[in-house]
Design a protein around this ligand. Structure first.
Ligand code: HEM
Length: 183
């Protein structure tokens, strides 16, 4: 994945746990990069190794960490030079979620080797949205749940997310129900 992702992970860990924790995580992951260049593509294995090492060093379940990273990613993106893409995607989740593919397609102009996920809104009602998430990458559903909460915070809409189907032998994609709940 592009270095931007590893940089965001680094920023989250340093912010929450300090520089020493980040150095321990890098060393446990066997990652020797001094820093990551946002615009350069890196092997996915680096990102996964860092997340797994973070889970071990911080003694936190990987799913929880990925969820927190998803929430953080939305804030990180809002501070980045790509914030405009989020703004233009829409003003609420009904508008934004159908635009996620378009958003990543536009990003691919700056990141030509981007391998983005694919999202599809299957149902959209005032009460809920059914969202299908497809990727060749494993184990990122908790990251998506965090991203959805991050987006919901951005547009100040309380939600709950049900993970209805998980990619595996039975299903070739994840399915989420985003429920709009009272504040
Ligand atoms: C301006 C905002 C955003 C930027 C700059 C951005 C950028 C990126 C980048 C650079 C990657 C790594 C892919 C690669 O390097 O091949 C990525 C992956 C991903 N993005 Fe975004 N993204 C944004 C918003 C979102 C939002 C709002 C979602 C909401 C669900 C999302 C979902 C994902 C997921 C799930 C992945 C993991 C890759 C996979 O599933 O295979 N992104 N994004």
């Amino acid at each position: 994945m592009y270095g931007m992702v590893n940089r965001a992970l680094q920023e989250l860990i340093v912010q929450e746990h300090g520089e020493a924790a980040w150095q321990r995580i890098k060393s446990q992951a066997g990652v020797s990069h001094e820093e990551f260049s946002s615009m350069a593509p890196y092997d996915d294995k680096i990102t996964y190794d860092l997340a797994i090492a973070a889970s071990a060093v911080l003694d936190a379940p990987l799913d929880l960490l990925l969820d927190a990273f998803g929430r953080f990613w939305v804030q990180f993106a809002q501070r980045s030079s790509y914030a405009i893409l989020l703004e233009q995607a829409g003003k609420d989740l009904h508008e934004i979620l159908p635009m996620l593919n378009e958003l990543h397609t536009r990003l691919a102009l700056s990141f030509p080797e981007l391998q983005p996920p694919s999202f599809e809104v299957l149902e959209d009602t005032p009460e809920h949205i059914l969202l299908r998430y497809e990727t060749f990458r494993p184990a990122l559903a908790p990251f998506v749940i965090g991203l959805l909460h991050g987006l919901a915070e951005m547009v100040k809409t309380p939600i709950e997310v049900d993970h209805l189907e998980a990619k595996g032998e039975e299903h070739d994609a994840d399915l989420f129900r985003i429920r709009f709940v009272a504040a």
